[in-house]
Structures are given as structure tokens and as C-alpha cells.
Design a protein around this ligand. Structure first.
Ligand code: MF3
Ligand code: CO
Length: 248
């Protein structure tokens, strides 16, 4: 069941979103060669606590951390670790905060030092896919309109869209209905209604769209070892258009 949120509830959800956004601004300042993803995890734990928010993913389906840290060919759900980030890496940091019972969810891709032209372009196109999707996230459109905008830009740019991990409704829980891939056909799929809150979180691979999961049961990688990028926002659909709850 899709739960529609009132204006007052969306205002509450914005608080969770803004904590997530502020965390990402902090990460952008911290990121540099030599930093470890466990350093970022420690910052996240402290930052959420200071802001009266709960680290929602800690213990969620057994996930052991407040952040996901996914380097280079890791698509998503990587565990933070003590390996120093090195110049040229790209790292996706994903965080979910719960504030006053409401969830905010956003992942962002960071360049570590100077990265290759190839990595820079993959990041750029992935971010453009996110915002092209958001533009189409208006009441009356269908999810296929949103995801067609994402998919066509990705594929015209020579990249593939990961199918195995889905976007999702967000509210008092992280994963609410609906769920959908980041591919689509205009005019198809569920209709977008005022009060829907959901993520747009395209994952683009430089190579094929296929994914494998490590023995830890979480770390999702590109099957062909190619680079992967992701940007994710939590969006609320208002009569005035899409509101980015996790806008930095
Ligand atoms: N932001 C991710 C999502 O879209 C994070 C969830 S993975 C988890 O669902 F296991 F850590 F929760
Ligand atoms: Co998400």
C-alpha cells in the first residue's frame, strides 16, 4: 500500500532530509586521499547523534553500519573499512537518518582527489540522470516518464542502468511501496500523486548492468569490474512540483 503524506508530514520529513543533506556537506569537506570509509562512518554516527537522529540502517536486516561505502566497482551496500581512500577513487556514501519517526535517504558519489576523465564523466552523467528524473516527477506523470528520462540519458551516454536494486517509497519506514527499477517507458507504470514520497537513485555502470554480491551478503559489485556511480535523493510530490527533501 502506498501511503500519501500530508503537507505537515512532508514538513516533518524534511527535517530528516536536511540532516542527511548536512551530513553529505560534511563528507564533501572531509573527503581526501588517506581518509578511510570507517572515518566517514564515525563522522556519521557522531553527526546523527548530535542531531538527535537515529542511524536507521544499523541493524536493518542485519546491516551493521550507519553508512554504506561503495568504492569504484562496488555498486552499493559496501561496508565501511580501514583501507585508505586513494587518489582517483570514486566512493558512494549512502546514509539513512530517522528523525522524529520519519526517514531521509540519500547517497552521493565523491571523487577522491583528481579522478580519471572517464570516472568524472560517469559521475556527471549519473548526477544528470538523477535531476532529469526529478524534473519528470510531477503529479499526473507516471513512473515510466521519470525512469525513461533516467534510462535514455544513461544509455545515450554509453552507460548501463543497474536493474537489481530498486527505488522505493519512503516515510516512517525506509522501504515502502512502490518499488521500481530505474528504467521505463513513457506513459507506463503507476501514476504519480500528490503526497507520494520516494527515492530516485540511479546506479550507472560504465560496462554491463550485471551485479554480483560478495560473500558478506551485502557488497554489490559490477559483474564485469567496471566503475559504478550513484546519486540518490528523497523526493516529495507536491502540487507545486517535486520537493527534494535531501537537497544539499
Ligand atoms: N539507501 C539504501 C536504500 O536505498 C540503503 C539501504 S541498504 C541498508 O535502500 F541495508 F543499509 F539498509
Ligand atoms: Co534508498
Amino acid at each position: 500500500m502506498v501511503t500519501l503524506k500530508s503537507k505537515a508530514e512532508i514538513k516533518e520529513m524534511r527535517k530528516a532530509g536536511q540532516i542527511v543533506a548536512a551530513f553529505h556537506r560534511g563528507v564533501a569537506d572531509l573527503i581526501r586521499p588517506g581518509l578511510t570509509t570507517l572515518d566517514i562512518e564515525a563522522f556519521a554516527v557522531r553527526f546523527l547523534k548530535e542531531n538527535g537522529a537515529r542511524a536507521y540502517t544499523m541493524g536493518y536486516n542485519g546491516y551493521p553500519f550507519a553508512t554504506c561505502a561503495s568504492v569504484n566497482d562496488v555498486i552499493a551496500h559496501g561496508f565501511p573499512n580501514r583501507k585508505p581512500l586513494k587518489e582517483g577513487d570514486i566512493v558512494k556514501i549512502d546514509i539513512v537518518a530517522e528523525k522524529d519517526g520519519w526517514i531521509g535517504d540519500s547517497a552521493w558519489c565523491y571523487a577522491v582527489g583528481k579522478v580519471s576523465e572517464e570516472a568524472r564523466r560517469l559521475m556527471q552523467v549519473t548526477k544528470e540522470c538523477l535531476y532529469r528524473g526529478i524534473e519528470k516527477a510531477v503529479v499526473g506523470n507516471r513512473i515510466g516518464d521519470v525512469m525513461h528520462a533516467v534510462q535514455s540519458h544513461a544509455e545515450q551516454s554509453g552507460y548501463s542502468v543497474v536493474r537489481d536494486l530498486l527505488g522505493h517509497g519512503v516515510g516512517r519506514e525506509l522501504h515502502e511501496e512502490p518499488n521500481y527499477m530505474h528504467i521505463g517507458t513513457p506513459g507506463k507504470g503507476f501514476r504519480l500523486k500528490e503526497g507520494m514520497v520516494f527515492t530516485i537513485e540511479p546506479m550507472l555502470n560504465a560496462g554491463k548492468p550485471f551485479m554480483t554480491v560478495d560473500a558478506d551478503g551485502w557488497t554489490a559489485r559490477t559483474a564485469d569490474g567496471s566503475l559504478s556511480a550513484q546519486y540518490e535523493h528523497t523526493i516529495a510530490l507536491t502540487a507545486d512540483g517535486p520537493m527534494i527533501l535531501t537537497a544539499q
